[in-house]
Write a protein that binds this ligand. Structure first.
Ligand SMILES: CC(C)(COP(=O)(O)OP(=O)(O)OC[C@H]1O[C@@H](n2cnc3c(N)ncnc32)[C@H](O)[C@@H]1OP(=O)(O)O)[C@@H](O)C(=O)NCCC(=O)NCCS
Length: 191
């Protein structure tokens, strides 16, 4: 069993002004990971356009940050203009950071965020050959109904409760404090 806690970085929600770091992360994905992430091969131009719209879409985006770089991302996207019953989830972990448990942990965050927004069905574009994603889905089988077909995984989050709402709120505050602390450290080092 892989353990993300052995990694030195931390997982927190990304801010709207972090689109460039988000883009750089997606551009660093190797060809196979890129294809698995978007369910088809995509160009650099496609990724640049996609990343630029990160904050427009009002999505929830978690990142694993190590140093100044985003090395893994989990996205929860609305399917329409507002949060409804259904949403889409996507995951990307850079090759050197795969198999350390990041995808599994981030899947847990996405399921909780979905639950807290009243979403009861989550779709993932997952190629049938994506055995790592299927391994992660199996680890969350209490919350997941995964159809191993061509593209769709379906997640059935339970209803939100006080603890799941509180856990996300507390974690957001800690993430904010850590980001401020990190910024201060960089400013001091640059002085
Ligand atoms: C799929 C992805 C998100 C998984 O992230 P990750 O951080 O590597 O995943 P984890 O380390 O949490 O878990 C991977 C699991 O797959 C298992 N695994 C690794 N290679 C495997 C293989 N070839 N077949 C089956 N299982 C495999 C690992 O053993 C691990 O399970 P364990 O923790 O029980 O040992 C990552 O590989 C990735 O970004 N891939 C490219 C993009 C993509 O496929 N996105 C998903 C589509 S939305």
């Amino acid at each position: 069993m892989s353990d993300h806690q052995a990694l030195p970085g931390s997982i927190r929600k990304l801010w709207p002004n972090e689109t460039s770091a988000f883009r750089d992360h997606l551009l660093r994905l190797d060809q196979s990971s890129r294809r698995m992430r978007f369910a088809h091969s995509v160009s650099d131009a496609f990724i640049e356009d996609y990343a630029a719209r990160m904050s427009d879409m009002g999505s929830v985006v978690y990142g694993y940050i190590e140093g100044n770089e985003i090395r893994a991302v989990a996205e929860l996207r609305k399917l329409g203009d507002r949060w409804g019953d259904e949403a889409e989830a996507a995951f990307s972990v850079e090759h050197a950071f795969q198999d350390h448990g990041l995808g599994s942990v981030m899947m847990g965050r996405i399921i909780r965020s979905a639950r807290n927004r009243g979403i009861n069905r989550l779709y993932m574009s997952c190629l049938a050959e994506n055995s790592k994603m299927q391994a992660i889905a199996r680890k969350h089988e209490a919350d997941l109904k995964f159809e191993y077909g061509e593209v769709i995984g379906e997640i059935l989050p339970q209803t939100p409760n006080y603890f799941s709402l509180l856990a996300e709120a507390v974690e957001d505050r800690v993430g904010y404090m850590m980001a401020v602390f990190d910024l201060q450290k960089r400013l001091v080092n640059a002085a």
